[in-house]
Write a protein that binds this ligand. Structure first.
Ligand code: SAM
Length: 352
């Protein structure tokens, strides 16, 4: 299927690496000249992006995502996305037959500065990629239902669950100061994925946790007594997931609808997504609260780790994510059972 690809914040590109590789190769003069031209072009493109990024230009604008969404729902075969230079680039929504064989989701969703070719054309902030549905068809609704009941019971009895419930307390979550009526989740994964005969416990627990958060927000009046609406976006969801999650009251959204659904009374729940959810949210809409991957430490930030680690990560920190987080109070979630990895629960500070 065709899926939207979000390269993360432009990284500082180790251009000397390309230079060294090229100098080492024994190519003809013409080839060498071509490579030098390509290198100069790639360098200029990267520098232009860095310049625009540092000037404060948002990478992921609501207008861009809304326009892309409208093109998709109109059922077009091709969509147009503006590049950083404002030109339009066209992407096909039809899956090319040969690509489905060659590309893994990891390769297609990673912005790899070592692949010089990718840097030759001015990039678009989002693009279209092609992924294979990872759920084997034999995982039925009944199997998913039985597994969910089992995992949900274990989840509810776990310390991680009590710790999560215990995170939604005053002073950070004071119903007088904060209202949350909606949860939008990202990257929780399909429930039908069968890894060597094992269904993905983490994904089951993360969907159960979505319901736990919704219940706690209502019980503690943080939703002002309203039922909390639950949405979830993950391109891996198949028809069985959509039906099952719908039965739980979780509405599945197609990319990029999840990002467009976020408003000031939303809690964003994201666990190890393959896309830079934190950077997109920092650009598109600051929510009331987040439960998402913990940031780098102050020491790592001061050492410039934003840039050094970014190219290899799907959901990296960035300066803009850091600036956004300075407006929130966060507390790291203790998750000994490893249902999530390292997550932090954030609430937006009241604006004075
Ligand atoms: C590494 S898996 C994490 C799964 C699960 N949260 C866990 O902790 O085991 C990354 C997930 O991000 C999802 N993903 C990829 N692109 C996405 C997008 N545009 N929006 C939301 N989720 C996305 C993938 O389909 C996958 O389920």
């Amino acid at each position: 299927m065709a899926a939207i690809e979000y390269p993360s914040t432009p990284a500082s590109i180790p251009l000397h690496h390309h230079q060294a590789t090229m100098e080492a190769s024994r190519s003809s003069d013409a080839e060498r000249r071509q490579k030098e031209e390509n290198l100069a072009k790639a360098k200029a493109n990267v520098q232009r992006i860095m310049q625009l990024y540092h000037s404060g230009k948002p990478l992921f604008t609501r207008t861009l995502l809304k326009d892309l969404h409208e093109q998709i729902i109109q059922g077009k075969d091709k969509v147009k996305i503006p590049t950083w230079n404002g030109e339009a680039k066209t992407y096909s929504l039809e899956v090319p037959k040969d690509l489905a064989e060659r590309c893994s989701i990891q390769r297609l969703t990673m912005f790899n500065p070592r692949l010089l070719d990718l840097l030759l054309e001015p990039p678009t902030p989002v693009s279209i990629t092609y992924v294979r549905d990872p759920s084997p068809p034999r995982v039925t609704l009944k199997v998913i239902d039985d597994t969910f009941k089992l995992v949900r019971r274990e989840w509810q009895e776990s310390e991680t669950c009590s710790n999560l419930e215990g995170s939604f307390v005053k002073p950070r979550f004071d119903p007088e100061a904060i209202t949350i009526t909606k949860i939008v989740a990202f990257g929780l994964g399909t429930l039908g994925k069968n890894n060597l005969g094992q269904l993905p416990v983490r994904s089951y627990a993360q969907h159960a946790a979505t319901l736990t958060i919704a219940a706690v927000l209502k019980e503690r009046n943080i939703s002002q007594g309203l039922d909390v609406q639950c949405f979830s976006q993950d391109p891996w969801y198949n028809e069985t997931d959509i039906e099952f999650l719908g039965g739980l009251g979780i509405t599945v959204l197609k990319d990029p609808e999840g990002f467009l659904e976020i408003d000031e009374q939303t809690l964003v729940f994201s666990v190890g997504p393959d896309v830079p959810v934190r950077q997109i949210v920092a650009d598109v809409q600051w929510p009331a609260a987040m439960v998402w991957n913990s940031p780098l430490s102050e020491v790592q930030i001061n050492q410039g780790m934003y840039w050094a680690r970014s190219p290899m990560e799907a959901d990296p920190d960035s300066e803009r994510v850091g600036s956004m987080l300075r407006n929130y109070d966060g507390a790291q979630l203790d998750d000994q059972a490893d249902y999530f990895g390292e997550l932090t629960v954030y609430a937006r500070r009241p604006r004075s």
